[in-house]
Each structure stands twice: as C-alpha cells, then as structure tokens.
Design a protein around this ligand. Structure first.
Ligand SMILES: [Zn+2]
Length: 444
C-alpha cells in the first residue's frame, strides 16, 4: 500500500515531473551563481566558455556549460587556500569536515564540507535508508573503517537521524563484526558488495556460522555496482537471508541515488537534490530518452563548500522507461551504474563492460564469488583470460560448469575467453573495493 509513510519526504518524492524540473532549474541557477561568485576556478572556467549566471534560462543552456573533470580538481588541490585550492567557495574556517576520494582512479581529491553540507549529506542518506525500509526500530550495524573516506559516514548519521539504533563496527576485524551482529541481533547493515560476500564467506568457512540464520533483514550496498548486478545481488541475499539494496554515490558528488523497497531493477535519482544529465559519449548530446547509454554529468544542487556543478562522473548509465511502482516521481536509472566510461573497453573490437563478466560468473552454480579478468595482447591480437574458483564439492562437475560458463560468456559478452579454474580460496580477496579487471594493454 502506498502512503506518506513510504517516503522520507512525501512532498518532494511525489512531486509532479514538471514541478521537479522547475525546482531543478531554479536550484541549478542558484548553485551556478554561487560557484561563479565565490570560486576563482569556476569563474575562470565559465568565463572562458562565455557563460555567466544570467545566461542560464533553460536546461538547454545548462547543457552548454563546460563539465568539470576530476583531473581539473586534482590540479587545483594543495594550492591556496591550502589544501583545497580555489574551487573552495567558503572561508577556510567554515570548513568543518575533511574527507578525500579513495584514489581508485588516481591521486585522491580532497573534499571540504561545511557543517551545513554535512547535514545535507545526512539528509540525502535519509532518503536512501527510509526508502529501503529503515525505521526507528532497526538496530543498524556499520562494518566500515570510519576513516578519511566518506563511505558510510553519512549513512551512519542518517540512520541516527531516522531514529535507528546505530552500532559503529569501526576497527573490529571481520570475525568480531560477525559476532557483534550475532550478539546484538542487528537488523540491518551497510557495506560494499565485496565486503558483504567476504563477511559471509568468513562466517561460513572460519566460524561455522550461517549468516542467513542471523537477524540481518536488509543490507545497503555502495561503492561498487554489485547490488544492481542480478546474480551478485542474489548471492548476497541468499547468503544473508536479507534484502539487498543498491545506492550509488561519490565523495565529490554526494549520495545521489537509491534503490527502493520495490527493487525495480534500477535506482532512483534523488532529483530534489541532484540534476543528472546523460551525455552521449561520442556526440556530446544530452540523452533524454530511455534505453540509450551515456556518461553521467551530475550537479549537486545544494552543496556549497566545494560545489559539484556539471561534474563528469564517467559513470555509464541509462534512463529506465517505466515509472517505479513505489510511486516516487524521481526518475529511475536502469540497472544502476553499469560501469565507468574508463572501464568499458574494446576487446577484439567488441565493447566490454566488466560488470557483464561478474553477472555471468556469479550466475553459475559451482563457481565461487571471486574472479579475475586479464586482458593483454599477443602481437596485435587481444587476449582475454578469466580466472574463476570452484566451490568445494564442485570439482566433479567441472566439465558441465565449464560448458555453461563458456556458453553464458559468449551470449552475454560476445567474446571467447581462456578459462582457468582454481581451488576455492586461491584467488585474491579484497576487503573493501575489489580490483578484479586488469587491462595490461593500457600500460604499454
Ligand atoms: Zn521506486
């Protein structure tokens, strides 16, 4: 049943589309003017492009504004005012929070926030958690390192804001975390898909505890696309006997999206707080229609210390065609974030998204969760190798597992692989974010 109780903000989440768009346009003008007036970096960028605040009257005008690349942000860091550089829009003494990006794709970028920005982070996360069924009666366990990365910090504050009981699982190791979940009968948790699967594996193989018999009912994932990859989601849900929900966000952007209770095969963009544009990677055209992939250009409409205005996130996404049965009018991204524009690569002339390989590996009964993909060249010819693990007891089924893996890989990715099978536990394990795709051609 749909009632106001389903929404963290019943007004904004069900606002008619034309009102959402009007709100976004007004908020965009405000944040653009803020950035233009308060940051030398933004003013120079926009002056060079001949765009001033009064030039923005429509979404078409917004499309003409140059996007900010991550490399530009790296370039201005460690300069005056130290250490953020001149994209900072507030006096240094107003900065209350330091975080930095994880550096997955290069040198980390520092991220300053004011206290108001930090409250905004928690508010954005409140939409996520509420939409995924978090309520005051929940006891939420957060198994993450509480360090310089944003990760689940704002999820922690949002859970408190909703009124949940929050248990910070900071410096505990994985076994201690599993025991704490058991001891306190926690009902929900947040972590990366890699860690959710890793925790389940530790519980089963090292502790003789079946995580599906614990009390966790819902899990919020972030940091990797896994919770939107059907086979990975299923493995996590089966392992924990819990519903698993996706959320995509980023340090430089904010918590911009969430899957809802309906699990509609996609994530909602929080359009009250973010403007998402999808840009065709070849023509630069803004894609409005469902069914065409492009890269995300995103604006955080209410973040002030270091604004995020038309940030080129390199996330590859597409709009879904159907509205969500949950009743929210925030648009859906079909299948979540499909990958990063940098990761989608051509192998033997075929476009390959690493997530497609994960989808296949984890859909095959008899294979473990871990895998590794290595692309290289022999002479002028691309080669692709896939390493997988057999789960204990699957050795005698090797032939049928191999046949099924080959067939599914060919169907889903249009490529033939050299396959290597390993005993369970032989491939590398990752604690937080995994690096399972290695393209050795790039180093040459
Ligand atoms: Zn929904």
């Amino acid at each position: 049943m749909i009632s106001d109780q389903n929404y963290w903000n019943p007004v904004l989440e069900t606002l008619p589309r034309e009102k959402i768009r009007r709100l976004q346009l007004e908020k965009f003008k405000r944040i653009f003017k803020w950035a233009y007036d308060h940051s030398k970096f933004h003013r120079a960028l926009y002056d060079d492009a001949g765009m001033q605040p009064e030039d923005i009257r429509s979404f078409e005008d917004i499309g003409k504004i140059p996007a900010v690349e991550k490399s530009m942000m790296r370039h201005i860091q460690r300069k005056d005012p130290f250490p953020y550089g001149d994209a900072l829009c507030v006096p240094l003494e107003d900065v209350a929070i330091f975080r930095q990006t994880s550096g997955t794709t290069g040198q980390p970028v520092y991220q300053p926030d004011t206290w108001q920005d930090w409250e905004w982070w928690a508010e954005c996360w409140s939409y996520i958690l509420w939409a995924q069924g978090y309520r005051a009666a929940d006891r939420v366990f957060i198994p993450f390192g509480y360090n310089i990365f944003v990760a689940f910090w704002a999820g922690h504050y949002a859970a408190e804001k909703i009124g949940c009981e929050v248990v910070p699982g900071g410096v505990l190791d994985t076994q201690a975390r599993v025991l704490k979940i058991q001891e306190l009968q926690a009902t929900a948790m947040m972590a990366t898909p890699t860690y959710i699967l890793g925790m389940a594996d530790t519980a089963i193989t090292k502790m003789n505890i079946d995580p599906s018999q614990l009390t966790i009912q819902k899990i919020t994932c972030a940091g990797e696309p896994g919770a939107s990859i059907a086979s990975t989601k299923k493995r996590m849900q089966d392992a924990w006997g819990a519903k698993v929900y996706d959320h995509a966000g980023a340090t430089e952007i904010g918590a911009w999206s969430y899957e809802c209770l309906e699990q509609p095969g996609g994530i909602h963009v929080n359009e009250a707080f973010f403007l998402v544009e999808i840009e065709d990677m070849e023509t630069g055209e803004i894609i409005e229609a469902p069914g065409r992939r492009g890269k995300m250009i995103i604006t955080a409409l209410d973040r002030y210390a270091q604004p995020c205005v038309r940030f080129d996130s390199k996330d590859v996404i597409e709009w879904a065609s159907d509205p969500c049965p949950c009743g929210r009018n925030f648009r859906l991204i079909k299948g979540g974030v499909i990958g990063r524009a940098d990761d989608i690569t051509k192998v033997k002339g075929v476009l390959l998204a690493p997530a497609a390989i994960e989808e296949v590996v984890r859909s095959i009964d008899g294979l473990g969760d871990e895998y590794e993909v290595i692309v290289d060249k022999l002479g002028d010819v691309d080669r692709i190798k896939l390493k997988v693990e057999l789960v204990p007891g699957a050795e005698e089924r090797l032939k049928s597992v191999e046949a099924r893996l080959k067939e599914q890989l060919r169907l889903k990715t249009n490529l033939a692989y050299r396959l290597e099978f390993y005993d369970y536990g032989r491939l590398p394990r990752y604690d937080v974010k995994a690096r399972r795709f290695k393209d050795l051609r790039k180093k040459k």
